[in-house]
Write a protein that binds this ligand. Structure first.
Ligand SMILES: Cc1ncc(COP(=O)(O)O)c(C=O)c1O
Length: 380
C-alpha cells in the first residue's frame, strides 16, 4: 500500500468527529481501560437500541467477531460454508480456521453482492452456514437467502463490515441473519482504529457468546453477580475490546446520524457529478436497488477494462489523489486454489475485481477535496 503522505488526497484519513478524546480521557481518569466496562456497555446499548437487537458484543475486530460466530456454530472439520468469492479474506478464514471448506458463490453484476440464485444449488448435507456480505453497505437479497436458509435449517451470518445503519426492505442490515458482524477498522464509517462487534439476533446464543468471547470463562456472569466466582466453562479466546478503544468508538457512534449525513453528501456529490461522464465512457457507477437504503460506505467505479483502471489510477496519482482497487477473487488466491478454486468458476467476480476502483471516501473529506477528485476524473 502506498504511504498516504505522497498524496494530498489519500484514499482514507482518520479524523475526530466528536468527543472521542474526552471519552478516552474519561476512561483513563476513572481507571477503566480493560474491556467490558462503561464505554463498551454504552456502545453496545447504543447498537442494541438503534438496531433493535437483543445483544451486541464489542470485539477486537470484525475478523474476531466472525471467528466467534464460527465457534458458536460449532463448525467442524469437513463442514461447508457458502461465501462469496468477492470479499475480504476474514469472511472465509474464520470458518477455514475451524476446518470448514468454503463453497464460493459468484456475485450479482448489479450490486456485486452474493448471487442468491446460486445458493440453493450449492447446499449439501454438510452446509453449516451461509455468509452474505453487504458489499459497499448495500443489502444482499436477504429475503431469498433467509428463505433458503430457514427451509434447510442453516444459519445465516451477515458480514456487515460495510453496512452498519443501512437497511433492506425497511429492516436494518445486521438484523436479518442469526448473527451479524461489524467492523470498526480505520477505513470504516465509524472507527476506533481496530475493532468490531458481534450482533446476536436471538436469545439462543447470547450466554455462550459471552463465555467464548471471555476466554471460555463465565466472567461476564460473575460481573453481573450471577455466579460467586468465575471459572473455565467452555472453549474460548480473547475477543474483548479495551474500553480505551470503546471510549473512542462511542465518540463516533453517538453522532452516527451526523456521520452518515456527511457521507451521504459526499456519495451523492460523486454520483451526480460523475454520472454523465461515466455513461459516455462506458464506466459503471454503483447501483443501489430501490428497496435498499445504503450505508454510504464506499464510492466505486467499474472501468471498461483493467488497462483503463490502471491508467486512471496513474492519472489520479499524478494529481495527488490515491484511488485503490478492492478484493482479488478469493477462489483464485493461493489458499483458494489449494482449496480447489479454478479460473472461470466465478466469472463475474473475476471480471469485476479487475475493473473496480474505489475513490477517496472518508468523514473528513472536504468539499474542496471532493471537487478536486471529480475535476481530475472529468479530465480523464
Ligand atoms: C467484508 C469484510 N469483512 C470483514 C473484514 C474484516 O474487518 P476487520 O479489519 O475489522 O477484522 C473486512 C475488512 O475490511 C471486510 O471488508
Amino acid at each position: 500500500m502506498t504511504s498516504h503522505t505522497e498524496y494530498s488526497i489519500p484514499f482514507n484519513r482518520s479524523s475526530l468527529v466528536g468527543r472521542e478524546l474526552d471519552y478516552v480521557s474519561e476512561a483513563l481518569r476513572i481507571g477503566q481501560i480493560a474491556g467490558d466496562q462503561s464505554f463498551t456497555k454504552r456502545c453496545e446499548r447504543l447498537l442494541e437500541k438503534v438496531l433493535e437487537v437483543p445483544k451486541a458484543l464489542l470485539t477486537t475486530s470484525c475478523t474476531h467477531a466472525l471467528e466467534l460466530a464460527a465457534l458458536l456454530l460449532d463448525i467442524q472439520p469437513g463442514d461447508q460454508v457458502i461465501v462469496p468469492s468477492f470479499t475480504f479474506v476474514s469472511t472465509v478464514n474464520a470458518f477455514v480456521l475451524r476446518g470448514a471448506r468454503p463453497v464460493f458463490t459468484d456475485i450479482r453484476r448489479d450490486t456485486l453482492n452474493m448471487d442468491e440464485a446460486q445458493v440453493e444449488g450449492l447446499l449439501t448435507p454438510r452446509t453449516k452456514a451461509i455468509v452474505p456480505v453487504h458489499y459497499a453497505g448495500v443489502g444482499c437479497e436477504m429475503d431469498v437467502i433467509t428463505d433458503i436458509a430457514s427451509r434447510h435449517g442453516i444459519p445465516v451470518i451477515e458480514d456487515n463490515a460495510h453496512g452498519l445503519f443501512g437497511s433492506y426492505r425497511g429492516r436494518k442490515l445486521g438484523t436479518l441473519g442469526t448473527f451479524a458482524t461489524l467492523s470498526f477498522h480505520e477505513t470504516k464509517n465509524f472507527t476506533c482504529g481496530e475493532g468490531g462487534a458481534l450482533i446476536l439476533n436471538g436469545a439462543r446464543y447470547i450466554e455462550r457468546a459471552e463465555i467464548l468471547r471471555e476466554k471460555g470463562t463465565n466472567r461476564t456472569q460473575f460481573f453481573r453477580g450471577q455466579v460467586d466466582k468465575y471459572t473455565w466453562v467452555d472453549i474460548g479466546s480473547s475477543y474483548v475490546m479495551s474500553d480505551v478503544l470503546a471510549a473512542f468508538l462511542y465518540g463516533q457512534l453517538e453522532v452516527w446520524q451526523q456521520i452518515q449525513d456527511k457521507r451521504c453528501r459526499i456519495w451523492d456529490y460523486y454520483d451526480h457529478q460523475l454520472r454523465d461522464w461515466a455513461r459516455e465512457r462506458g464506466v459503471r457507477t454503483p447501483f443501489v436497488p430501490p428497496h435498499c437504503a445504503q450505508a454510504y460506505h464506499m464510492y466505486y467505479l467499474l472501468l471498461p477494462s483493467l488497462e483503463q483502471r490502471t491508467a486512471l489510477i496513474e492519472h489520479l496519482k499524478r494529481r495527488g489523489i490515491l484511488s485503490v482497487f478492492h478484493y482479488l477473487p478469493l477462489h483464485l488466491s493461493v489458499m483458494g486454489q489449494k482449496l480447489g478454486g479454478k479460473p472461470g468458476a466465478c466469472p463475474v467476480t473475476e471480471d469485476v475485481s479487475a475493473r473496480l476502483l474505489r475513490l477517496p471516501f472518508y468523514n473528513a473529506l472536504s468539499e474542496l477535496e471532493v471537487e478536486k477528485v471529480v475535476a481530475s476524473l472529468l479530465e480523464f
